[in-house]
Design a protein around this ligand. Sequence first.
Ligand SMILES: Nc1ncnc2c1ncn2[C@@H]1O[C@H](COP(=O)(O)OP(=O)(O)OP(=O)(O)O)[C@@H](O)[C@H]1O
Ligand SMILES: [Mg+2]
Length: 228
Amino acid sequence: MSIMQVHDLKKSFTKGPNTIPVLKGINMEVHEGEFLSIIGQSGSGKSTLLHVMGLLTHPDEGEILYGGERIDNQSERRRDYLRNHDISMIFQFYHLLPELDIVENVLTPLMISEGYWKFRFNAKEHRERAKELLDRVGLAHRLKHRPNELSGGEMQRTAIARALINSPKILLADEPTGNLDRSTEGGIIDLLRGLNEKEKLTIVLVTHNPSIAAGADRTVSLVDGVIE
Ligand SMILES: Nc1ncnc2c1ncn2[C@@H]1O[C@H](COP(=O)(O)OP(=O)(O)OP(=O)(O)O)[C@@H](O)[C@H]1O
Ligand SMILES: [Mg+2]
């Protein structure tokens, strides 16, 4: 069954007098519970595609359907809700908040979804859940650390825990191991595989690296602005 569909998606960037077409009519489907990888060269538009799927940017043309509902044209409020609850993202450079420890970093999506007072009211329970997730990603021994006191792999594990705090249906991963050495990379891919297999989390991972893509159930290629 399909959880997300992308229809005729187009996106260009304008820089001065030039318009650069990046996505030229993307059609693809993400099946519920699968681990899909999208492979493409640097500059092929992988991040652009994932950002549109993750509702971080608007497409110029085309549609994104999630659970049968068109989502790309929804109100900002609805898009914020979906990003917070259903469609989570992780990035090559983690995007953690440097002044917070990793438990607090993991909690940020909950602070946003619940608002200050409700969050405060449930704080104890939430911290337990954040610690459980950090334990799940192998960081139980680092709870008091801030991002700059962690390795790259540990920062990505923190970002994964943060992406899971609101129990999303889909995880979009933009080159999540692009900044890591080989063995750390393997650990992150194994972690994602485990989440896919055990928690039935649907994962879409983009990468330029064929050996990373090979870890997925299914791979599609992004070439010249279309999915081959
Ligand atoms: N905000 C922007 N303004 C102008 N051009 C952009 C913008 N974002 C991306 N581009 C251009 O769009 C193209 C695709 O970029 P994108 O970041 O999606 O590629 P990518 O496949 O993720 O590459 P990489 O593997 O290096 O991360 C590139 O040529 C880039 O220069
Ligand atoms: Mg990219």
